[in-house]
Design a protein around this ligand. Sequence first.
Ligand SMILES: [Zn+2]
Ligand SMILES: [Zn+2]
Length: 571
Amino acid sequence: MDNREVARILNAMADMLEIKGDNPFRIRAYRRAAQNIEGLAEDVESLIARETLEEIPGIGKDLAAKIHEIATTGTFQEYEKLKAQVPSGVVELLTIPGVGPKTAQLFYKRKGIDSVARLEAAARAGELRGLPGIKAKTEENILRGIEMLKRASGRMPLGLALPLAQEITTRLRQVKGVTRIECAGSVRRMKETVGDIDILAVSAAPGKVMDAFIALPLVREVLAHGETKSSVMTRQGIQVDVLVVDPKAFGAAWLYFTGSKAHNIHLRDMAKKKGLKISEYGVFAERTGKRIAGKEEEEIYGTLGLPYIAPELREDTGEIEAALTGQLPDLITADDIRGDLHVHSTWSDGAHTIKEVVEAARRRGYRYIAITDHSKGLGIVRGLAAEDLTRQREEIDRLNQGLRDFRILAGIEVNIRADGTLDLPDGVLAKLDCVIASVHSAFRQDQQTMTERIVRAVGNPHVHVLGHPTGRLLGEREPYDLDFDRLLEAARANGVAMEINASPYRLDLNDAHARLAKEAGVPLVINTDTHTLAEFDHIHLGVATARRAWIEKKDVLNTLPLKQLLKRLAR
Ligand SMILES: [Zn+2]
Ligand SMILES: [Zn+2]
């Protein structure tokens, strides 16, 4: 049971209590516990083993017992009891962006709405307006949220699907007889959301692989159990298929199941013109049926006169043409990243001290990080004011004195106010090594207002980076309504870098926007926006997004050695 799942159940409990109108302190206790567990760098299970659960802030004896119960049984009694009282359709309303427990309760009590479908009908008919706090605009937002949900349904963020796929391959690799096992599909292409997980294996004893697969603890339901192919539904709600293939055809099957469909169709058309036939079983001469290739992907590309094409590029958006003319990008890798320029500490809402994040960054082999805590204002709790920054600077200077081959940059993540001005005066920003400007409020401005707002912020001479530039949260919040081309122009003109924020819930810029930024000559940075140490690992999601955007090392500022980076930031 991973921490996220424990947190999910605690949050679901809080949701139901809130729908019921329970004691707010109790509700807050569950939420706080969920948040703290999600932020842990260590597995709940190992804390249980060491009997140190109660050392987590906000977790007393009572909650510790419940968490223990969740970790061992997958749920807890009180939660199951409450689930029987609150209609599941009402809880489901909470998945709609913008619908909280209070609104869900309101709709249920006053209108008897107990499903998303009913809510949609009521909103369309204009039956919700007039309820306390509900206006025509609220109905519009609800419908928009439902639309978004429908589009995202059945897809899982890469940040959840990838570790799941890795866990399955790691476990099955240990099954006797398995000589090779790999992920295919959109997980391998590192697409930001994943519909299902495909895994290919080579084994002398396929039956053993199948048996081990369907017996994995993460399996909720076995959908099919065959001799060389099985499908399951996991407890996290995503389908996983495992297929055992002939080693002679592994490359062909891997290419086929990795996709994308458009990439494969393009390859097949090329093959046809050469009198060849490509399938999941290999490359064959059309006339004689003779097998020409199949064992490795490189061989298959080779029969078409192509070099190997990285999975992240296989979308038929120009990669085959580029491969034909030798113009494939030399894609950035995680090893190219020399430091993280967006890191929070206990000075704002981060979980660790500057010293702790520095140690973690050094263990990763980084040469620098920028501490970029939140600025005060807009009611962000524990945001920094000018005098806090002065004291923080003293701490950073002191720590830097004791460091060799590593540098802590003093930075800030300053709020972009609704009018495009920044939360801190220019004189304060001027003293910092790295200024990230981000939108954290007034998300729903119209296109013109939002575009002008951000363009104004980018025009501030002290801003180095635009943080999570489009504001989208995967499956939760759509990007701001923006004239992205104008924004790119402003960023380029001012030499401001755009961030690929690697948080699994953001991945912002996304692949398409990042590619546009590169093409427009806007520099990029790839940051994790770390609040807890474990989040440093998300860098590979940001790098994957960059690779999908055809980005090379030279396009990304935090691949630079420290000296050059400082020069670039100082402009
Ligand atoms: Zn932010
Ligand atoms: Zn941040």
